[in-house]
Design a protein around this ligand. Structure first.
Ligand code: GDP
Ligand code: IMO
Ligand code: MG
Length: 424
């Protein structure tokens, strides 16, 4: 019998701490595979006093012997990708040896980035707050059947395809009245694309099929988060891919019956970067405190993240839509010494209380809060304080899955594995 693919993904609006957990559990796996998103992601890993932020490369890259696969569902900007590879090589990581890239992954062109900027500029105040990495336009070309793929780099007519796509983009940019001189970027892109071509390109669906048959353990690493999913997120303030567990099937080429555990990563509170609804957002000094204590500034763009209390209806929705089997709670330490912590247990919509995340969370929706006693300092060498245990039990009771990992700090070592007792 072949092995299963476990999935690890964000259960909120991204930046939950996925990179840290992948790095912590990577030794349990032979292959770590990214299945969607692209350089809009920023996954932070901290160990032995060093901090690393990964954008396209999977977070297993620092673990000896782990294969890192960039799946077909990912969109790759060769310039950013090469910079990432070189930065890793500079610190002595032999990244190319264990890095595989799907031929079916789509490529982000400089003109995709320009189109992203033009689209956001045109939206004005209604902008998505995109990371401007060209993600939306690249996925649009994928579904519009115009895209350029990694496998095209091996074709003799690559330049014809590249020029045709760029011409299409130039026409669109002219319609947007968007001026940009991309000649330099184009040359840099073509040079980087040639180096990408020289790396290990694979048909990832076959690679994974063989790996699973051989009993290899595979972890699919999600980017962004459930509430940024193109179908189930807070549309239109979302990213352009399926960030949910189903995305691991299409983004890697593994059948649904081959998925195993689904690990949902969430923060002990909520954050969001970019525009869009956020029911539990705090606009006061408490929100400011969380932002400062949690260093809540984007790993990719440096933008301040919006902060608020934990939202249980939203977390429960993430558990449902992803089939989450276990949770990891991150950044518990950020709420240290708060006295009281609040947790949103339901919403009041038009005077009616509901625990269900509704279709529209922009309008007449008011969070219903429960106050719980906070906790003092946390230490991985001591038992978790009762008040934090109660907070954990409250969440488990609401969403029906165990919290098996609790993170008490950004470092790899600041992690507690719980023998979680599931409260139904
Ligand atoms: P990702 O995109 O989900 O991988 O998350 P990011 O790396 O964008 O953001 C998470 C941030 O929180 C990073 O700066 C991490 O170093 C940091 N972090 C992760 N876990 C913890 C934790 O338990 N406590 C604290 N204080 N920081 C953490
Ligand atoms: P990781 O993997 C948090 C947000 C952007 C914007 C929206 C669309 O690090 O958790 P896009 O660039 O995809 O067009 O942006 O999605 N966003 C993220 N927010 N974490 C991320 O990735 C994100 N990737 C995109 O801020 O609101
Ligand atoms: Mg991030």
């Amino acid at each position: 019998m072949s092995a299963k693919v476990d999935v690890l993904l964000g259960a909120q609006w991204g930046d939950e701490g996925k990179g840290k957990v992948v790095d912590v559990i990577a030794p349990e796996y032979d292959v770590i595979a990214r299945f969607q998103g692209g350089p809009n992601a920023g996954h932070t890993l901290i160990f032995e006093g060093f901090k690393h932020v990964l954008h396209t490369i999977p977070s297993g890259v620092f673990r000896e012997g782990t294969v890192n696969l960039v799946g077909n569902g990912v969109v790759i900007d060769p310039i950013i990708f090469l910079k990432e590879v070189k930065a890793l090589e500079k610190i002595g990581v032999d990244v190319r040896r264990n890095l595989l890239i799907s031929r079916r992954a789509h490529l982000i062109l400089p003109t995709h980035r320009a189109l992203d900027a033009a689209s956001e500029a045109e939206k004005g105040k209604a902008k998505i707050g995109s990371t401007l990495k060209g993600i939306g336009p690249t996925y649009m070309d994928k579904t519009g059947r115009n895209g350029l793929r990694v496998g095209d780099l091996e074709r003799s007519d690559l330049m014809d395809r590249f020029n045709a796509l760029q011409r299409k983009h130039d026409r669109l940019l002219a319609m947007h009245d968007h001026q940009s001189d991309l000649r330099e970027a184009t040359q840099e892109w073509l040079d980087a694309a040639q180096q990408l071509r020289a790396m290990s390109l694979v048909d990832s669906e076959h690679y994974l099929d063989e790996a699973l048959r051989a009993g290899k353990r595979v972890l699919a690493e999600g980017a962004q988060g459930t509430l940024l999913d193109i179908d189930f997120g807070t549309y239109p303030f979302v990213t352009s891919s399926n960030t949910i567990s189903a995305g691991a099937c299409t983004g890697l080429g593994v059948a649904p019956n081959r998925l195993g555990r689904v690990v949902g990563i969430f923060k002990a509170y909520s954050t969001r970067v970019g525009s869009g609804p956020f029911p539990t957002e705090l606009h006061d000094e408490v929100g400011e405190h969380i932002r400062t204590a949690g260093h809540e500034f984007g790993s990719t763009t440096g933008r301040p993240r919006r902060c608020g209390w934990l939202d249980l209806p939203a977390l429960h929705y993430a558990v449902m839509i992803n089939g989450i089997t276990e949770l990891a709670m991150m950044k518990s330490d950020v709420l240290n010494h708060m006295g009281t912590v609040r947790i949103c247990t339901a919403y009041k919509v038009d005077g009616r209380v509901t625990e269900r995340l509704p279709y529209d969370i922009t309008g007449n929706l008011e969070p219903v809060y429960e106050d719980m006693p906070g906790w003092g300092d946390l230490d991985v060498n001591n038992a978790l304080p009762d008040s934090l245990q109660n907070y954990i039990a409250r969440i488990e009771a609401a969403v029906g899955v165990p919290i098996k990992l609790v993170s008490l700090g950004p470092d790899r070592a600041e992690t507690v594995h719980r023998e979680a007792a599931l409260v139904p």
